[in-house]
Design a protein around this ligand. Sequence first.
Ligand SMILES: Cc1cc2nc3c(=O)[nH]c(=O)nc-3n(C[C@H](O)[C@H](O)[C@H](O)COP(=O)(O)O)c2cc1C
Length: 163
Amino acid sequence: MTVPKNDPAVRAFRDTLSMFPTGVTVITARAPSGEPIGLTVSSFNSVSLTPPLVVWSLSGHLPSVPIFENAEVYAINILADDQQDISQRFASRGDDKFAGLAFTEGLDGVPVLPGCCASFQCRQYARHPGGDHVIFIGEVVRFERDVAKKPLLFQGGAYQRLA
Ligand SMILES: Cc1cc2nc3c(=O)[nH]c(=O)nc-3n(C[C@H](O)[C@H](O)[C@H](O)COP(=O)(O)O)c2cc1C
């Protein structure tokens, strides 16, 4: 049975989850055509140090699911607190989210966004079904950080900054 998203119990669950503050990432990859793709994701977290593993989850109804499932490599870009516009851009439906946006190329040409706090380039390690989401576990093969930047935060359904 599918429970509608506007069900009061689902809304209450979601609102309660939103009390947990997270950072904001944009996860990027290359479609088979070579086109860069990406979306805003807050479900990122660490899993293991050896091997270096991270986790994130992708809503199962999104058109990018088969692209991420088939991508050997993806990048997790941790947004800085002056990149709220980038978060909004990648959280909106749009044919060309990368229009006018500079990026560098990492492993296998994966797009890496400039100006971020940190980034992790990952190889697919495992995927698991997770209810209405697909859980991705990535093995980190490259990472970098800019200690001068502060992270963008998300809590209570709104963007926040470190005090
Ligand atoms: C702060 C924030 C966090 C988000 N986190 C996730 C997430 O963890 N997983 C997910 O599937 N969608 C998440 N989304 C929603 C996607 O970014 C949004 O559905 C986006 O439009 C998907 O890209 P697409 O429309 O190109 O498929 C988040 C959105 C915002 C604003």
